[in-house]
Design a binder for this molecule. Structure first.
Ligand code: UDP
Length: 237
């Protein structure tokens, strides 16, 4: 199924599909990184867990009208996706204040935003993925005003769907990061992954952090937390 390796990121490898030139194989790695790669550790099983969690969420979104690059899960650690040209923006949606925004702007930890907040970050490791505004995005990437509007509308729709879904499995969706890509026909679709690496999820009863923050902050066992997320998803089905 895999032909040549096209790209290797911190959490995934991207291969061309050997059977379909328009598709790619995403191979999820066991590595976890934080603070722009300054903290790094490998967790056996993490690739499988994130592949399974992401392979649950993308079809769930698709059934609710949100198009993505996702085609199907291939095996424990790999999925088949449509090839897209990734737009180098990280779209962060926040429901509650935590992480970088509390340090940057002084919001009280855990405070609820009146309506979801969107932030754009420029995907560039050398620059440490800086926070940017729309005008920067227009200069730094090939997006148009219309594309940005479309991306933000989609990000808020995804937030509405996922917030409700996670609530049904007793998890509060605190914030998350999305990436979008362009298909060959120019249309913009959701890409990358949605997993506890890219979302903050807090248990609604205990408030326990059930995401990569346990690794970032060294407060828990990443694998057992990700296993619990997958188990809740599987119980929901
Ligand atoms: N996030 C991500 N990749 C990044 C940066 C952030 O997936 O490179 C996610 C992160 O998991 C969280 C949200 O985006 O769900 C907001 O992250 P924040 O800006 O608070 O980042 P921090 O500096 O706290 O990691």
């Amino acid at each position: 199924m895999k032909a040549e390796l096209l790209y290797e990121g911190k959490a995934k490898q991207v291969y061309r599909s050997s059977t379909d030139s328009e598709k790619l194989v995403l191979a999820y790695k066991n590595d976890a990184t934080a603070f722009n790669g300054k903290k790094k550790e490998s967790f056996p099983g993490k690739g499988r867990l994130n592949n399974e969690i992401s392979s649950f969420i993308f079809p769930y979104l698709h059934e609710r009208g949100i198009k993505s690059h996702f085609v199907k899960r291939l095996n424990e650690t790999e999925q088949l996706v449509m090839e897209t040209e990734i737009i180098p923006l990280e779209i962060v949606v926040r429901n509650l204040a935590t992480g970088s925004i509390t340090k940057r702007l002084g919001f009280e930890e855990g405070s609820l935003f009146e309506s979801p907040l969107i932030e754009l970050f420029y995907k560039n490791d050398e620059l440490d993925d800086p926070l940017i505004n729309d005008d920067h995005a227009l200069l730094l990437t090939d997006v148009t005003h219309k594309d940005l509007r479309e991306i933000k509308v989609k990000a808020l729709e995804i937030n509405t769907v996922l917030k409700e879904f996670f609530q049904s499995i007793n998890l509060q969706l605190v914030d998350f990061k999305l990436e979008f890509g362009r298909l060959q026909n120019g249309s913009i679709v959701l890409a990358d992954e949605i997993s506890p690496d890219t979302c903050r999820l807090w248990d609604m009863e205990t408030g326990a952090k059930m995401d990569k923050d346990v690794f970032r902050q060294g407060t828990g066992d990443l694998i057992s937390v990700y296993e619990q997320i997958l188990q809740r998803l599987e119980r929901w089905v």
